[in-house]
Design a protein around this ligand. Sequence first.
Ligand SMILES: Nc1ncnc2c1ncn2[C@@H]1O[C@H](COP(=O)(O)OP(=O)(O)OP(=O)(O)O)[C@@H](O)[C@H]1O
Length: 278
Amino acid sequence: MSEVLRVENLVRDYHVAGGLFRKPKTVHAVKGVNFSLDKGRTLAIVGESGCGKSTLARMITLIDTPTAGQIMIDGKRAETGKSLTREMRQKVQIVFQNPYGSLNPRQKIGDVLMEPLLLNTDMPVKERRDRAMAMLKKVGLSSEHFNRYPHMFSGGQRQRVAIARALMLNPSFLVLDEPVSALDLSVQAQILNLLADLQDEFELTYVFISHDLSVVRYIADEVLVMYFGEVVEYGSRDAVFGDPQHEYTKTLFAATPRADVESIRARLARKQQLAANS
Ligand SMILES: Nc1ncnc2c1ncn2[C@@H]1O[C@H](COP(=O)(O)OP(=O)(O)OP(=O)(O)O)[C@@H](O)[C@H]1O
């Protein structure tokens, strides 16, 4: 299997300026994180609020510059800031929790999808349009949606648009930052199934940031648990869920409702059905 992402000793400190009654201080948000991820796999990063998940996500999305350590994407070292190349930038895309916030309300969905091609390729307009139409269908929308505005879509449909946009430039991996947390439970299942189907079909690679362990159990191949900026557990989903080693992980699991066993069974059944039909 080919390695898509490798993170080595990644550190991020924030220097917080002092005030009249406050001393300056350094927040150690991420303290030396290591992991690697192969093509077609999903790594879930879990932990409580403030443990450093978003900081780690911003660094691997190449938005934020690490204080120390390195990020390798497709075997090449990724630079950030002014040294970030367009080629490297295109390799990583992110889907946020709230797709409405990341969609321009005055831009039609077709233009949202064609924009990455317009900005990053020399593709003629007809091809851009065809690609955008094809992508709409891949995420379960239709050509009728092409000329509609974001406010005309439901939350789940907007998240489908955000996923479609993230895939337009064939990235090496997607960072999914709490992608279903803002959705109703039934819609969450639809989006998770869509992500699973797209992954099966196109061998996509996901870094899935979440605080919801039932979602993680459903989608992840590997799990990394963070606690105060450190990795306290890292391994296959079955190993981490089946036999958590660290006290923090045990507490985290004990505080979470039982995983959604039915949806896991349903996914396995669907996979078996697909295999039987092929
Ligand atoms: N720009 C910043 N300046 C100073 N401190 C920061 C900054 N961004 C994050 N932090 C601190 O770094 C630590 C990790 O924050 P981070 O947002 O990465 O955690 P998180 O696990 O993603 O939490 P949440 O799920 O609430 O977003 C926290 O203590 C936070 O207060």
